[in-house]
Structures are given as C-alpha cells and as structure tokens.
Ligand binder design. Sequence first.
Ligand code: FAD
Length: 318
Amino acid sequence: MKVNDHFKASNGETLISFEILPPLKGGKIQSIFDTLDPLMEFNPPFIDVTYHREEFIYKKRESGYYEKVEMRKRPGTVGICAAIMHRYGVDAVPHLICGGFSLEETEDALIDLKFLGIDNVLVLRGDARKFEGRFIPEDNGHAYALDLVHQVKNMNKGEYLDNTLTNAEPSDFCIGVAGYPEKHFEAPNFDSDLYYLKEKIKAGAEYIVTQMFFDNKAYFDFVKKCRKAGINVPIVPGLKPITKKYQLNSIPRLFHLDIPEDLSKALLDAKSAEARIQVGVEWSVAQSKELKEAGVPCLHYYTMGDAATIKQIAKQIF
Ligand code: FAD
C-alpha cells in the first residue's frame, strides 16, 4: 500500500513510522529484526530503510603507499525491504539516491523494487562522498533529487529510458522527498530551498519527510511557509532523541541544525548515561506529544539502531 493511502486511511489519526539503517557489511539480518521486533507493537504501517552510497577508503599497502579502494559499508537496502515485508507484513520504503547511480542503474533498481511489490520510494540526492567537498553526480547520473523524481514519475507513466520499448508496464510508486525545517545546508537561503522543494512536489512527489529538529517551532514555521508557498502534501516530522553528550556536537555537524540551549544544558548537567537517556526521552516525548496534538500525519522516528530508547518514547505517545 502507498504511504499516502496509509495517511488517507488513518482518518486524521497520527501514525507512527520508523527509519532503520542496514547493518555494516558482514552484519546479520537478525540485527534489523532485533531493532524492529520490539517496535512492532506500535503497528507502524511503513518502515523506511536508508540507502548508503559507496565510499572511498584508503588501505595501507606493504610498500607503505596507500591504495584507494571503493566500498559500500552498508549494502542491502532492497533485501532488507523484502525481508521486512515478508516478516512483518508492513510496507517497506527504500530510500533511493542519486549518488553513485547512473540513470540506467536507477531504472534497473526501480524494476527490482516493482517486481518485489514495493509501492513506495523516498527519493533523495544523497550526500557527498567522504573526502569529497561537494556532491558530484555520476556521468549520466542525476545531480538533484528533483531529476530522480522525474525519472520515477516517467516510469510511472510507462516511459522507460529506452524509448523504443512498446507496451512497457508502468510502475506505480508513491514518491516521498526530504524537507529541511532549518534549511538544507547548501541552499543559499530558505526561500531558494523552498522553491526547489516545491519543484519536487510539482514533479510528482506526494509527501515530505523532514530532517530531524529539536524545537517544534522549526517544524511548525516550516509547514506554515510550505502551505503559503502552495505545498499542500503531508509533511511528516522526523524525530530523533539525543541521549549522549557527543551528539551535541556530532548531530549539528552531520545534519546542520540547532540544538536548543535548554536541551544541551540538561544533557551536560546530567550525571550519568542513564540520566542522559532520560533527558533525551523526555525531550522527545514532549516534542511528540505537541506534534500529535497538532494533528501531524505521522511521527517518523530515526531509530539508528537504538530500539530501546525509541520504544520508551513511543510507549508514552501511542
Ligand atoms: P535535493 O532536493 O536535490 O537538494 C539538495 C540541495 O540542492 C538543496 O540545497 C536544494 O535547495 C538544492 N537544489 C535542489 N534542486 C535543485 C536544482 N534543480 N537546482 C539547483 N539547486 C537545487 N542520504 C543518504 O545518502 N541516504 C539516505 O537514505 C538518506 N535518507 C534521508 C532521509 C531524510 C528524511 C532526510 C531529510 C535526508 C536523508 N538523507 C539521506 C540525506 C540527504 O541525501 C542529504 O541531506 C542531501 O544533502 C540532500 O538530499 P535532498 O534529496 O534533500 O537533495
């Protein structure tokens, strides 16, 4: 079932969804089940699985020189989606990125998803490779999520890259895209980012999932600006609890967002690991309650492998 149909079927009730990362290469599918099993009691109608592009790593050779090797540290997104659908009978939403994919590889990936009965994709550009200062598209690849939305939408119309195909079966993917309440870090200003977000919706994206935020005002302001700009699709808030001191620096560095002073102070003042978890849980519960009361379509939790914390939060909300 499509994500948007889940929203419609909910009759205004706030849904819950989770986002998981594939395990590091060589890891077990059981680690995914260990994360999700305890969360299934909350009946998520869909679960997102992130996609991780290949990276360059440098291996030291016997000669002392370094060899540049390409590897994907977290493969398996499509297989995990199939395993989730098989084990839990819920919809899996694979993330699909531009980085590392040519147009043909993207088309083949979409065909795999279609044959697996996957109805949804979250379409993203992806980040720059580690050690590359900026996002560099593949030769014959997409530079922006917008271009990838167009490709999926074309396939939904039965238009494949090979235009000599006759009677090619159209796909029927529901497309989600990312939105940034605190602006995407590369955008010169908020309005420019909003402009391109609207382009993604005009191209056929049907819902937005936001980057995490820790002050609900950022989300509410973002929704207001989207509505004013004529973006009328569901906007799903993405939430992540901060439970560790180092995250006060790593989260702003990685995700380019602000952490409210009250939250950072409470985390710094907490005397033990347990106390820090408590601070993060309480903050996330307060955020979730306010968002649910405001009638958001869904609360989307970035689990990042920490099912226990997410469960503590979800228990107090659902
Ligand atoms: P885009 O929409 O392409 O935007 C990128 C930048 O370019 C923005 O600054 C935008 O304003 C600008 N822009 C957009 N279109 C144009 C245009 N046509 N011309 C000029 N400028 C333009 N990353 C992963 O690698 N794997 C994942 O699984 C993953 N999941 C994510 C899930 C969510 C909910 C979110 C919020 C992010 C996720 N990311 C993931 C991170 C994401 O890939 C990065 O934030 C990336 O830098 C931008 O992706 P995007 O799809 O928002 O890009």
